[in-house]
Ligand binder design. Structure first.
Ligand code: FAD
Length: 379
């Protein structure tokens, strides 16, 4: 797919996820192609500026410099950019939208416990959404609790920006972990009790039809009022989904209405290196935007915390607590997304840190909530 840059130049962006980024090399989108134009290269210069770690070749053409920098991917602004409110519940469970699976890709390596898939869905532009919203999916079949009725809707955070991984506003991506049931007595998998919808999604094939509802949710919308704001994102596992959307909006797409110049700081907690999600994508932002992006990983089965125990996101939060508290005092937004079980440990850590600083966590938390700095979506 090529996106016009003007003046006959176009880029071919990589649209995939970690695995395909690894395969194609994420930096492919920097390669400028000059369709049907005869450019006479007079010289090349290596430029070191904010991209100090890498040398970038600039071709000088006909006395004008055509910049071949790590450009963001141009997107044709959608009408959604002008709306004051996000789209909500355009499709309801009684009349869902029939969408089509574009691709299903395993995101994790062989040593990851469990499987997580990146699923791209074609909604034809008919189920638009904002970053941080969720889609509902109705798996096929009958609801075992209500014979004759369809299954209940399952919600999934959308892991792409409103432009989708195809950059045209026609797709949405989900990050889905298969729910597998292990018998507590035998320790063996019992397929009859595996999660219905997550397995349906991870088993689906390109071209399969799926029933969509939504979009829903306002809690995790990215506040864009101040493009220089600080956003601290705490994710466990698939909880990274909305943050992938935010980060692509901040660092990957050339969105004219949102020119991010603040700080985005992602804490991602997973079991081990093989379980990391979208790591190549996030690492590329670290290289390109070292002043605007921070990325800390907590690998519970590989790293130890300062007490010799497993490293969880709350241990990373504690490690950086001074900075985090200062940023919160300065108005930073903080987001939490992932399994419900993540919150008690995090809350305990934040409370302990606040007390060590001579602050009341309860008072601070209610102030953060009042200021709309505190955003939680756990499931
Ligand atoms: P279900 O069929 O609903 O089963 C639920 C659990 O019960 C499974 O673990 C299953 O193994 C177990 N089970 C089934 N039968 C039995 C039985 N007889 N006895 C004991 N146990 C049984 N998930 C993601 O992966 N990614 C996301 O981005 C995401 N975002 C979410 C956002 C929101 C706002 C919410 C609310 C949830 C989100 N979820 C997400 C969770 C998702 O909605 C589903 O809950 C999850 O995928 C499990 O659904 P399922 O149909 O596969 O499992």
């Amino acid at each position: 797919m090529a996106h016009a840059l003007g003046a006959g130049a176009s880029v071919s962006p990589s649209v995939g996820t970690d695995a395909s980024l690894r395969k194609t090399g994420f930096k492919d989108h920097n390669k400028l192609r000059f369709d049907n134009k005869l450019w006479i290269t007079l010289s090349s210069v290596n430029l070191k500026s904010r991209y100090s770690s890498t040398k970038y070749q600039f071709k000088v053409m006909s006395m004008s410099v055509q910049q071949a920098v790590r450009s963001k991917i141009p997107v044709q602004p959608l009408e959604l950019e002008n709306a004051n409110e996000p789209p909500l519940n355009l499709y309801k469970p009684k009349e869902p939208y029939t969408a089509t699976i574009v691709s299903v890709e395993r995101l994790v390596g062989p040593k990851a416990p469990g499987e997580t898939c990146h699923i791209v869905i074609d909604h034809g532009g008919n189920v638009p959404y904002w970053e941080g919203q969720s889609y509902g999916i109705i798996p096929p079949g009958e609801n075992p609790k209500k014979p004759g009725s369809p299954h209940n809707v399952r919600l999934y955070s959308i892991a792409s920006t409103r432009y989708g991984d195809s950059f045209d506003g026609k797709t949405a991506s989900l990050c889905v972990r298969r729910a597998i049931y292990y018998d507590p007595e035998t320790g063996k998998e019992d397929p009859s009790k595996n999660g219905t919808c997550s397995n349906f999604l991870c088993n689906s094939k390109p071209g399969d039809k799926i029933q969509l509802t939504g979009p829903s949710g306002k809690i995790m919308l990215l506040p864009e009022g101040d493009p220089n704001a600080t956003h601290i994102m705490i994710a466990t596992g698939t909880g990274v989904a909305p943050f992938r959307g935010y980060l692509r909006r901040m660092f990957m797409e050339a969105v004219t209405t949102y020119k991010f110049g603040g700080l985005a700081w992602l804490f991602l907690g997973v079991a081990n290196t093989d379980s990391l999600l979208y790591d190549a994508e996030f690492s590329s932002y670290l290289k390109d935007y070292p002043d605007n992006f921070r990325y800390d990983k907590a690998l519970s089965r590989e790293q130890k915390n300062k007490n010799g125990g497993k490293m969880y996101v709350q241990d990373k939060i504690e490690e950086y607590s001074d900075e985090i508290f200062k940023l919160l005092d300065g108005g930073a937004h903080i987001y939490f997304c992932g399994l419900k079980g993540m919150m008690p440990g995090i809350q305990d850590t934040l409370k302990r840190v606040a007390e060590q600083r001579g602050e009341s966590w309860d008072a601070k938390l209610s102030q953060l909530k009042k200021n709309k700095q505190w955003h939680v979506e756990v499931y």
